[in-house]
Design a protein around this ligand. Structure first.
Ligand code: PXG
Length: 436
């Protein structure tokens, strides 16, 4: 595909538009582990699209469910009316996700899920007579989408820089990345539980009576795969509980098998008060997000006269019929194909494979958990990001799709990947990194 003036209308997200259009990469179809470009090149998907196609591309069952729903009803109002699939999917999620996360608010994306969760946190504190508990605590290098709430608690500078002022009454924990102590960790790093204690400093500074909620990604994805140090999430949970602060896990990336379990909360056996999700919820087939809310929070908001709206919030497309159909079918496929267990089973092979790249001089760190991996490269002096993006371009030429953020390569393949395909990913990267 060549780009003429008439191809310039599409303003691409998170893309250097002008450079891309000089050298476009256009995907045309996808099946299983592969994309095919308009040039007919097959591309092995090393990152499940954008961390969402967990069951692989073109899954027949998911496609059929969407097609069936297309012919039955493509839209139903979500305010003051409903349709069966939304109730069914909510019930299925409540059964799948840990303990008392039994209530589901549907959105259309991870960003909307995050802003919804932050609003529910504040509404809950008001509803229980603590209106002064409004502060929201995020974390450096956190990614919680691109809407104003998520940006405000997020901690990736370039995402925030152009858009201020962001929300007031927000503060941040330090990130947990510590290359000096934890480089080349396999699974959870040993050092860094103390980073959770910085929440005690924020509590000392602001007062627990002003803090509504803490939001973290249990494993930070977008900032380059920052795996939580051993004991860190447990400690955050304890400090939040001790100080009557809600803990929100942003599981947009980690839910639906990525960690070898239904969620990071289940994997680490930690109970958040709310969980945000999107991506794998529908296998990326139809946009959808959700917030899972504990009995305690939901109960506190289900009060007042019964004919009154309890939460003045929602989207035209909350619980969209096509998304619900895709969501239910995705949950079926995850269960029938045992994909969460498959990810857990493949994780040791994956770990060994990606750590085998360690010999290259340009590598600062390799880290992994579940079916996620990251390779952090030494930046070229004066040219940050160039080394990793060059690897991205070379990988694409060689038939492999990866993600890069700054000088970090992130890998998160569909959970249907085979050991042989893991070897292919590693072999392609091995060649590229040898010359990087
Ligand atoms: N929270 C988390 C933890 C995310 O990872 C969002 C919220 C926002 O989701 P939406 O659906 O609004 O994009 C995300 C999204 C990458 C990459 O390659 C990561 C995301 C999106 C696109 C690319 O790191 N995460």
């Amino acid at each position: 595909m060549t780009f003429e003036k008439e191809n310039d209308a599409y303003w691409m997200p998170f893309t250097p538009n002008r450079a891309f259009k000089k050298n476009p990469r256009i995907l045309d179809s996808s099946l299983g582990m592969y994309y095919t470009t308009t040039e007919g090149q097959k591309i092995l998907d090393g990152c499940a699209g954008l961390w969402c196609v967990n069951a692989g591309h073109g899954n027949k069952k998911i496609n059929e469910a969407i097609k069936t729903q297309v012919d039955r009803m493509t839209y139903s109002p979500s305010f003051q009316a409903g349709h069966k699939l939304a109730f069914e999917l909510a019930e299925r999620l409540a059964n799948l996700m840990p303990d008392d996360l039994n209530h589901v608010f549907f959105t259309n994306s991870g960003s909307e899920s995050v802003d919804t969760a932050l609003k529910i946190a504040r509404a809950y504190q008001k509803a229980r007579g603590k209106p002064e508990k409004i502060k929201l605590i995020g974390r450096e290098r956190g990614y919680h989408g691109v809407n104003f709430g998520g940006l405000s608690v997020g901690g990736i500078m370039p995402n925030r820089q152009a858009f201020g002022p962001l929300l007031p009454e927000v503060d941040h924990l330090p990130h947990t990345h510590d290359l000096a102590k934890n480089a080349f960790s396999k699974g959870q790093p040993e050092h860094g539980v103390d980073k959770a204690d910085r929440l005690l400093d924020l509590i000392a500074l602001h007062g627990a009576n002003t803090i509504a909620a803490v939001i973290v990604e249990p494993m930070a994805g977008s900032a380059g795969v920052l795996v939580p140090p051993k004991g860190y999430l447990e400690r955050l949970r304890k400090i939040c509980t001790d100080n009557d602060i809600l803990l929100i896990f942003d599981e947009v990336i980690t839910a639906f098998g990525r960690m070898g379990d239904s969620s990071a909360a289940a994997h680490f056996n930690i109970q958040p008060d709310m969980m945000t999700m999107a991506k794998g919820l529908t296998n990326g087939a139809v946009p959808m997000g959700a917030v899972m809310v504990s009995d305690k929070l939901h109960g506190a908001l289900m009060n007042g006269p019964e004919n009154m709206i309890e939460l003045f919030h929602g989207y035209t497309y909350s619980g969209h019929p096509l998304a619900c159909a895709a969501g239910i079918a995705s949950l079926d496929v995850y269960a029938e194909e045992g994909l969460f267990e498959r990810a857990a089973r493949l994780a040791p092979y994956w770990q060994k494979a990606i750590h085998s790249l360690r010999r290259h001089d340009c590598i600062l760190d390799i880290r992994n958990i579940g079916l996620v991996g990251a390779i952090e490269l030494k930046p070229i002096e004066g040219k940050p990001s160039v080394r990793a993006f060059d690897a991205y371009l070379k990988a694409f030429q060689a038939g492999l799709l990866i993600r890069t953020t700054a000088d970090i390569i992130a890998l998160s393949p569909p959970l249907i990947i085979t050991e042989q395909q893991i070897d292919t990913i590693v072999n392609i990267l091995d060649d590229i990194l040898a010359k990087a």
